[in-house]
Write a protein that binds this ligand. Structure first.
Ligand SMILES: O=P(O)(O)OC[C@@H](O)[C@@H](O)c1c[nH]c2ccccc12
Length: 269
């Protein structure tokens, strides 16, 4: 069966488009609202979405996503809740591919076998575990393949000679981190970002995605020239944070969702 991520990139290649890939922390402000937000992300033109599992020690995250994780962890949102949110969104008609985004610890705590048994047939097509280095991912890669889920690797400008090894085992797409440091909106990127993207392009026939710091249509367009997909997290999570007062009230929830949709639609246009 074709993986939805492969189908989405094939469609975009034929259209000459670039995938817009939002990230959001599931359970911020609550799981049901996250499912509503996933729906408006698709309406706004997102081509696939990273569903973030909240974690107490998000080492690679800047303050915006750290705060989102804290808000979600206040209701003790678990990896199981995130997987159920994916199947709920699928049942409610969302078609775009889901990429489960989790640090390794929540998966270990849950149990590898148990995790891959749960995640099968929940509408999840990809998995990103930012703190699982390629040197230690054999078992996860095998179990992921077994579940028909692409294990998508991250490469950073400092990956150098590891790029080839990472690219050789990649599935789905290769996620290029645009800058060093943690996630968060930026105005400038790693000075060798263009050469880095070129290096990754030459190391794989898979689509190349780029993320970290991207928050405006100009930046999306800039990266669309060299990448097949652009990941936007903190800028969208910050929009959700700004809309929390509206999202928290039944009378103004729709207005809050519209604010998020309008921001994301502005990135895609
Ligand atoms: O938030 P940014 O700067 O737009 O970057 C995307 C990022 O949010 C998402 O892909 C992500 C969230 N947490 C991460 C941890 C490591 C690498 C990537 C991530």
């Amino acid at each position: 069966m074709t993986n939805r991520i492969d189908a989405a990139f094939e469609r975009l290649r034929q259209e000459g488009g670039t995938a817009l890939i939002p990230f959001l922390t599931i359970g911020d402000p609550d799981v049901a609202t996250s499912v509503e937000i996933i729906k408006v992300l698709e309406q706004a033109g997102a081509d696939m979405v990273e569903l973030g599992v909240p974690y107490s020690d998000p080492l690679a995250d800047g303050p915006v996503i750290q705060r989102a994780s804290e808000r979600a962890l206040k209701h003790r949102v678990t990896i199981e809740d995130v997987i159920h949110a994916a199947s709920d969104a699928r049942e409610q008609g969302v078609q775009m591919p889901f990429i489960l985004f989790t640090y390794f610890n929540p998966v270990l705590q849950y149990g590898l076998e148990r995790f891959f048994k749960l995640v099968v047939d929940k509408g999840i097509s990809g998995l990103i575990i930012p703190d699982l280095p390629i040197e230690e991912d054999e078992e996860v890669r095998a179990m992921s393949a077994q579940a028909g889920i692409h294990l998508i690797p991250l490469v950073a400008p400092t990956s150098n000679d590891r790029v080839k090894r990472i690219a050789a085992k990649a599935q789905g797409f290769v996620y290029c981190v645009s800058s060093l440091g943690v996630t968060g909106v930026r105005s400038d990127f790693h000075q060798a970002i263009d050469e880095f993207l070129q290096t990754v392009r030459e190391a794989t026939t898979l689509p190349v995605g780029v993320g970290f710091g991207i928050s405006s249509r100009e930046q999306v367009e800039r990266f669309s020239k060299q990448a097949d997909g652009v990941i936007v997290g903190s800028a969208i999570v910050r929009k959700i944070e700004e809309a929390l007062p509206l999202l928290g009230n039944a009378d103004t929830k729709l207005e809050g969702l519209e604010q998020i949709r309008d921001f994301v639609a502005g990135l895609k246009a």
